[in-house]
Design a binder for this molecule. Structure first.
Ligand code: ZN
Length: 336
């Protein structure tokens, strides 16, 4: 098995840190990968309850940008959309794609019916989630969380139930897609205008709920603990099902801030999205891996296998820096 080091060294390139400053910064969505052709067909599973939403989501891009994505019912896996029902994750949709030298060779997009079958997921909201995941599959990353006019906003709802994400791509989203896929030629050069990242599969979730502060995170968490990372515990995965790939560490609990007090002194197994099956590396957009010896505060959900996941991945992870706990990704200080 390929060591986790190779995954971590890929991550160490730093491309995963989303810096969020205190003042809103309006910036175009970033990208690092694209298809070799701007004309693609996405197959939607016959069993998907979201055929209309996938079709509408594709039209949001097809009708307004150079990327011509049509949807058909079928099961070809090069560009494939289907449903999962997973109560153990925080995402309502997720896309992954395989990138080699900046070029996307296949993409799989999923809607999580555990969330999308609830009444607050109106057809407009569902088409915004599919539009968001399709945006990822075109090669777009998330915008910063202040960018609520972008369909690439990371969250579907705020924790008060209001809508968080724009229903359609913004002019800025469309301009980025158009620069990736110029009209004058059907084929694009490998790596053109792209900051290259490691070859592998990239996972891009749409988070169902945005927890704006630690109080909202704590309310949603099963367990909130302070502790120390004491061991790496390897990757776990169902081969080829990239959204199931996780990387695990063990955290020794010093203090339980919410939840089962008997966890104090015990070791928890923490699973973070992405990992390696020894053949390829799966990277998760919103995940920064915990390292040995880090002092952490974690807002956790318990999974059915007894492991714990940080809420919305990096949103639920705070690490000690200079005596203070800061979010592992945004660096925002924890007030608890
Ligand atoms: Zn996303």
């Amino acid at each position: 098995m390929r060591s986790k080091k190779s995954l971590l060294s890929g991550l160490a390139l730093g491309a995963f840190a989303i810096m969020i400053s205190t003042a809103p910064v309006y910036a175009a969505v970033t990208t690092f990968a694209k298809w070799p052709s701007r004309i693609q067909t996405m197959n939607v599973s016959l069993n998907s309850k979201h055929a209309a939403a996938w079709s509408e989501g594709a039209a949001k891009w097809r009708n307004a940008s150079h990327f011509s994505l049509t949807t058909v019912v079928g099961s070809a896996t090069k560009y494939y959309a289907y449903d999962v029902n997973d109560s153990g994750v925080d995402w309502d949709g997720i896309a992954d794609y395989t990138v080699t030298n900046g070029i996307i060779s296949n993409a799989q997009l999923r809607m999580n019916t555990y969330y999308t079958s609830t009444s607050k997921y109106t057809s407009a909201i569902k088409a915004a989630v599919t539009g968001h995941e399709i945006g990822h599959s075109l090669g777009l990353n998330h915008t910063s969380i202040v960018e609520t006019t972008s369909i690439m906003h990371p969250y579907t709802f705020n924790s008060d139930g209001t809508r968080a994400r724009a229903l359609s791509p913004s002019p800025s989203d469309l301009a980025v897609v158009n620069s990736l896929y110029p009209l004058m030629n059907g084929l694009v050069q490998e790596g053109t205008n792209l900051k290259q990242k490691a070859n592998g599969v990239y996972l891009h979730p749409s988070w169902a709920v945005h927890y704006k502060n630690e109080q909202q995170l704590a309310k949603a968490a099963d367990l909130v603990v302070q502790g120390r990372v004491v061991a790496e515990a390897g990757s776990k995965y169902e081969e080829g099902e990239y959204h199931t790939y996780v990387t695990q560490v063990k955290v020794k609990v010093k203090q339980v801030m919410k939840g089962d007090p008997t966890k104090a002194g015990q070791q928890l197994r923490i699973a973070q999205m992405g990992g390696s099956d020894g053949r390829l590396n799966v990277f998760a957009e919103h995940t920064t891996y915990l390292q040995d010896d880090e002092e952490v505060v974690l807002f956790l959900r318990q999974s059915s296998d007894g492991t714990y996941k940080p809420l919305n991945e990096d949103d639920g992870v705070f690490i000690m820096r200079n005596g203070k706990f800061n979010n592992i990704s945004s660096q925002k200080q924890l007030h608890f």
